[in-house]
Design a protein around this ligand. Structure first.
Ligand code: PLP
Length: 223
């Protein structure tokens, strides 16, 4: 199937409240344009350098999401244009985003990434660290970031019951956090979970944003 066909097929499957982030990492501009040309305008990248060069080359009505780990010294490069940062995993990073957003006269939307997998390699906050961050007085001072929800990545496994339990855990944590810290903040509503292999389960467990790469663009080759 072509990229427009894959895109159409996935979009038809998604409930109305679920947003599709087309993960375009490693794919060249010409390939991403195939999705853009049929009206898809929300793309996710996991590397700052790649995100910047695609932003420069591509039409300016694209919403760019950063979904991969972000180093504090790189925030300044994306602050002028990024739509949503899914991968905020420390108060320090959030403070730097706040500072850079202020310089650009913007408020940058962010998600806090929670560690839900049983692997050593994934980034993110534990549930305890998440609560600590949200209770920190320094967090309440930040004026130029808006925390819109949580993000998580399930374990890379064929055990779909395990994946489901991890997503369920994150949804429960999301509800607690919303209730405790964001009750009067209607923008705290996003739960970014689900990739090509597990987005259907993620949606059943309450996802509002799925990040899908290979099911749209085919396999990635890292060269
Ligand atoms: C690459 C990536 C995805 C998309 O993965 P696919 O399996 O290709 O759908 C989603 N989220 C993050 C954080 C990624 O790095």
């Amino acid at each position: 199937m072509s990229i427009p066909e894959q895109l159409e097929k996935i979009k038809n499957e998604l409930p109305q409240h679920v947003k599709l982030i087309a993960v375009s990492k490693t794919h060249p501009v010409s390939v991403i344009m195939e999705a853009y040309n049929v009206g898809h305008k929300t793309f996710g990248e996991n590397r700052v350098q790649e995100l910047i060069s695609k932003y420069d080359e591509m039409p300016k009505d694209i919403e760019w999401h950063l979904i991969g780990h972000l180093q504090t010294n790189k925030v300044k490069y994306i602050a002028p244009f990024v739509s949503l940062i899914h991968s905020v995993d420390s108060l320090k990073l959030l403070s730097v985003i706040d500072k850079e957003a202020q310089k650009c006269n913007r408020v940058i939307d962010c998600l806090l990434q929670v560690y839900i997998a049983s692997e050593e390699t994934k980034f993110g906050l534990s549930a305890d660290e998440l609560h600590e961050l949200l209770q920190n007085p320094e967090f309440k001072q930040l004026q130029n970031v808006r925390v819109c929800g949580l993000m998580g990545m399930a374990t890379f496994t064929d055990n779909m019951e395990q994946v489901r339990m991890e997503f369920r855990f994150l949804k429960k944590l999301f509800n607690e956090v919303k209730q405790t810290y964001f009750q009067n903040q209607p923008w705290f509503k996003e739960l970014s979970m689900g990739m090509s292999s597990d987005y259907r389960i993620a949606i059943e467990e309450g996802s509002t944003m799925v990040r899908i790469g290979s099911n749209i663009f085919g396999h990635r080759s890292y060269t």
